[in-house]
Write a new protein. Structure first.
Lengths: 145, 114
């Protein structure tokens, strides 16, 4: 059984573009302090950042849980947002429901969820319209998914 | 290529924190879409963008880019530059547009990594 090394929870506030991304940069510092492989750290932080910015853009609030064991890094984001009615469509690169404001901030080009999946060794998403979305990403420390 | 040579090729103004003689770059990532930059996996790229908000620097941190060049004469706010200084990311600005920047750097031997 995997040994848990660290667990942290963060609250991400929706529509707060100024602080959006700050949680992910903090997570990068945490992972770097553990002296993990920089390539794995980069993948995990991209996952966290995209998940965080999805909350900033679409949800009222999100809760990110970071768990590190001697086997993997798990990032789980649960948000209280509008939910996704068609997940396969949302997973297509380039498909987006972003507003002009979101695009002016540099996001909302239909790359967020695909970037999370691409950087994950295992990936899960479930959503309920009107209630929210949960995304789980797992990255193996041995680099072999 | 030395970062300073790339910056000189684009007639850049240094905005903060650089020792361009020591930093080497061999690939460029150019976009106003931050997720496009995050989709690029090679670290230590030179990032060209017209987006000057705080997310441009946070994206650079996450993507491990070596330096940021803001195109079309754009300049970020002091708060954005302060974050770049804290994270030791060199920042430049050039009057040139994105297309011209990419063409000049390509001609100088740099390649895109997307």
């Amino acid at each position: 059984m995997a040994e848990k090394l660290l667990g942290c929870c963060f609250t991400v506030h929706g529509r707060d573009y100024d602080t959006g991304g700050a949680t992910s940069t903090e997570i990068k510092s945490i992972l770097n302090d553990l002296e993990l492989d920089p390539a794995l750290v980069r993948r995990a932080v991209v996952v966290a950042f995209e998940a965080e910015m999805n909350v900033v853009m679409y949800a009222d609030e999100g809760h990110l849980t970071l768990t590190i064991t001697d086997e993997d890094i798990t990032i789980e984001m649960d948000d209280s947002g509008p939910g996704i009615p068609d997940i396969p469509q949302a997973m297509q690169e380039g498909w987006s429901t972003a507003t002009d404001e979101m695009r002016e901030m540099g996001f909302g080009f239909g790359m967020g969820l695909p970037n999370i999946e691409r950087n994950s060794d295992s990936f899960g998403i479930r959503s309920e319209v009107g209630r929210g979305t949960s995304v789980v990403s797992r990255i193996r420390l041995d680099g072999h998914g | 290529m030395r970062l300073q040579d790339a910056a000189d090729a684009l007639s850049c103004e240094l905005l903060c924190a650089a020792d361009g003689d020591r930093v080497e770059v061999d690939v460029v990532v150019a976009s106003d879409g931050m997720s496009e930059i995050l989709a690029f996996h090679r670290p230590h790229a030179l990032m060209l963008t017209g987006l000057t908000n705080i997310q441009s620097v946070r994206t650079a941190i996450v993507a491990d880019v070596s330096a940021i060049i803001y195109v079309r004469g754009k300049r970020p706010s002091d708060a954005v530059l302060q974050l770049a200084v804290e994270k030791c990311i060199p920042v430049f600005s050039t009057e040139l547009g994105m297309f011209d920047c990419c063409g000049i750097l390509y001609s100088a031997g740099l390649r895109g990594g997307m």
